[in-house]
Design a protein around this ligand. Structure first.
Ligand code: UT7
Length: 319
């Protein structure tokens, strides 16, 4: 028994914020942002748009592409680090917004930017062990509300968006291999401290990042996890049609592609237009390349990501 992606969808809020817009907000420049990260613009959710709203639009598109009815879904996993509320989960709110009443399970996955790879790998396990047949796997974020717009080291990097896939049990190969890791010793390097205590927010609610340290760690562990996943299948970098990486920094993406022996022609890079949308970045990139015709049925894709925690992982699949 395999699990296979049968539909993808994504959603970006209408408003875009360019690097030139940011030059008017903080002491930065388009030149600095592009040369250090590859980002040109990012999307920002409207004041009344929530993470579950973004997730709903992306999910509807994925469900339509899959040709299933919402009530066919028997598990929803939403990877997010910017949930609508402390509880209930964004996955339960999404279940309601999609009109799903079949009683399948729904939960959120918190692995920050590693979230989509964590969620997809988990969904694959649920299907392979027979606990679910049709899973909606979503990455959705409204990170703009967790940014300190006076902190140029973070506010220029992140954006809002959502992506979704429908993963279904299949007799033909889909997900071929996956591997997840974490190392909590580094939890302070990328974090948002705020939490609720006695009715007030305790701690800084904003994203803080030691950028250089995260960069160095990311390049090292992403190179090793993609090799680890390939090694388990006997495949090589040259067998990959598309690398669909987490979109944090074009330099990290280029380093991982180089390690695999892939040119940038085999990489789906959306960081220039989307910025870093955390758990949404991979399904957003995936859906973009499926809809513009680059990714075709039968091709081999490698997905990889790293996020706060640190968490990291990779999934190899046949689309
Ligand atoms: O998604 C989860 C994983 N996250 C990542 O993978 C992000 C990893 N880190 C990175 O992508 C990069 O480290 C950044 C893009 C965040 C930063 O690039 P960098 O080349 O590591 O720059 P830096 O932090 O070393 O900063 C270089 C200089 C500093 O000035 P001094 O100390 O050299 O005078 C910063 O103060 O650039 C300055 N700087 C800025 N200048 C203009 C920092 N932010 C900005 C800014 N505009 N927005």
């Amino acid at each position: 028994m395999y699990s296979r992606i049968i539909g993808t969808g994504s959603y970006l809020p209408a408003k875009t914020l360019t690097n030139f817009d940011l030059e008017k907000i903080v002491d930065t420049s388009d030149e600095w942002i592009v040369s250090r990260s590859g980002i040109h613009e990012r999307h920002i959710a409207a004041d009344d748009e929530t993470t579950s709203d973004l997730a709903m639009h992306a999910s509807r598109r994925a469900i339509e592409a899959a040709g299933i009815a919402p009530n066919d879904i028997d598990l929803i996993i939403v990877a997010t680090t910017s949930p609508d509320k402390t509880f209930p989960s964004t996955a339960c709110i999404l279940q309601d917004k999609l009109g799903i009443t079949s009683g399948g399970a729904a939960f959120d996955m918190q692995a920050v930017c590693g979230g989509f790879v964590y969620a997809l790998n988990t969904a694959d396990m649920y299907i392979k062990c027979g606990q679910a047949r049709t899973v909606l796997v979503v990455g959705a974020e409204v990170l703009s509300r967790m940014l300190d717009w006076n902190d140029r080291t973070t506010c220029v990097l992140f954006g809002d968006g959502a992506g979704a896939v429908v993963l279904q049990a299949s007799e033909t190969p889909g997900i071929l291999a996956g591997k997840l890791h974490s190392d909590g010793r580094h939890h302070a390097l990328l974090r948002a401290d705020g939490n609720i205590r006695h009715g007030a927010v305790a701690g800084e609610p904003f994203i803080k990042m030691e950028g250089q340290a995260v960069f160095k760690f990311a390049v090292t562990v992403l190179s090793s996890v993609v090799e680890e996943v390939l090694a388990g299948t006997g495949m090589k970098g040259s067998d990959i049609d598309w690398l669909v990486p987490h979109q944090a920094n074009i330099r990290i993406i280029e380093a991982t592609a180089k390690k695999l022996g892939l040119g940038m022609d085999n990489v789906v890079a959306t960081v220039a237009q989307h910025g870093n949308t955390s758990s949404a970045s991979i399904p957003l990139a995936l859906d973009t390349a499926v809809r513009d015709g680059r990714i075709k049925p039968g091709q081999t894709l490698l997905l990889e990501a790293i996020g706060g925690g640190f968490t990291w992982g990779a999934v190899l699949l046949r689309y």
